[in-house]
Design a protein around this ligand. Sequence first.
Ligand SMILES: Cc1cc2nc3c(=O)[nH]c(=O)nc-3n(C[C@H](O)[C@H](O)[C@H](O)COP(=O)(O)OP(=O)(O)OC[C@H]3O[C@@H](n4cnc5c(N)ncnc54)[C@H](O)[C@@H]3O)c2cc1C
Length: 451
Amino acid sequence: MTTRRSFIRQGLLAAGGLMIPSSSFANFILSGKKKVIVIGAGFSGLAAANKLNQRNFDVTVLESQNRIGGRVFSHQMNDNLVVELGAEWVGNSHNRILELCNELKLDLSENQMDTHLLYKGIYSPARQWDFSKNWKLKMESLLENYRHLNDKDKLILDKMDWWRYLVNNGCKDRDLDLRELMDSTDFGESIRKVSANAALSEYVENTGDTQNQMDKKIIGGNTMLAQRLSEKLGKEKILLNHAVTRIEQGDKVKVYCANGKVFEADKVICTLPTFALKNIDWKPGLPENKIEALNELQYARINKHAMLFDNRFWKSENFDMVTDQLPHYFYHATQGQSGSSGVLISYSIGDKAAVIANQNDMTNFKSVQETLQPVFGDVKSHLKQQANYYWGNDQRSHGSYAIYGPGQWFRVRPVLKEPFMHTHFAGEHLADWQGFMEGAIVSGEEAAGEF
Ligand SMILES: Cc1cc2nc3c(=O)[nH]c(=O)nc-3n(C[C@H](O)[C@H](O)[C@H](O)COP(=O)(O)OP(=O)(O)OC[C@H]3O[C@@H](n4cnc5c(N)ncnc54)[C@H](O)[C@@H]3O)c2cc1C
């Protein structure tokens, strides 16, 4: 079987995107301890830096913010409760992150959910709703069929959007609405913007003990892993408040920061999301095809509205609920954390997220209150505190994670991945497990093995 991932790996090798150390690279390593600058202290940068450190390179990480972790952004709601405003779940299939947690002595809690549904004003408790029998059978056969597709079939499939593919295969009415609501939660935008191959390759992996890769969370917050990785590396090797503004490449690389500092290195690993990457002044300029690819790739707009309540009126610890309302998707964000108070997050995507982001917390809470009314009555008296983060306006990524639209995965990604002179690229958007912490880590480690 060729999975999306192994297929991509073959494609990259064919395109020369995966670097096999050449003799000049071998000379590079042999001629003493070489200096590498890693740009970005997200999971990708921290993973790359650790790998380089192990390989005895002299590593410095430059990070523009005053914190590490990037799009992993744990937030303390009160003294006891921590929530995630960025990356949330670790999948049971995410082997590398699980391995690192084990190595760095971090425990994970089980976090699978039992999903409720609120659709067209009718509330259906968990396990009392489903897709139609016909559509369920059809979906199973489509996933089975996908397992047997060859590479050429996948390239063709990638040109179609997921919504069109579903419609063409007889998904309609309530089934189609439910797929839109649930799958847009995974991808962060309407399924009309998602490639059919991206969707199928993701859902075909959802077998065995994973619940859509929303299985576990790191106890104490996902940021704990960033902290442990930085301790392993040596915190002195990470320079915060060092926003890279210019990269000059000649015999060596000169990296300029907004604070006036300049660094010289033999190699650079750049782990920035495409928006931040393109804002750097590159000398010489980036190749035309890379600029086009950077301009083409979009990032999904996700808004997280976290609400602390004085009790967990949703009753079951593993509560989550898909709705067809503006607040989109609710989940218990403090599952397994002790105490009687708890946090519900309203997780909205695409245009809905953009609308929510433009309102204040109280206006958004009113819409939450109205949505939850048929299920839990008036919840206002339980509200204690709110926190909101809209990734669509994040200065660095302008979105939560990359969303490869129809026709982009096999065409755009290899171009973005291709090294440019002394600079190699990594980050979630270039990974086989694209959109996940797992992907960020693995792509960072891979880039650190490219020379
Ligand atoms: C809302 C949301 C939900 C998510 N849910 C999940 C989930 O449930 N499970 C999961 O596995 N993943 C999830 N993700 C995805 C996950 O967060 C990312 O895949 C991963 O964190 C990306 O890591 P990275 O290192 O590639 O990029 P980043 O984390 O973005 O790291 C890049 C770093 O570069 C820094 N930087 C930017 N510009 C410059 C500059 N000019 N100079 C120096 N530094 C710079 C940034 O500050 C940042 O620290 C989610 C993300 C979001 C936002």
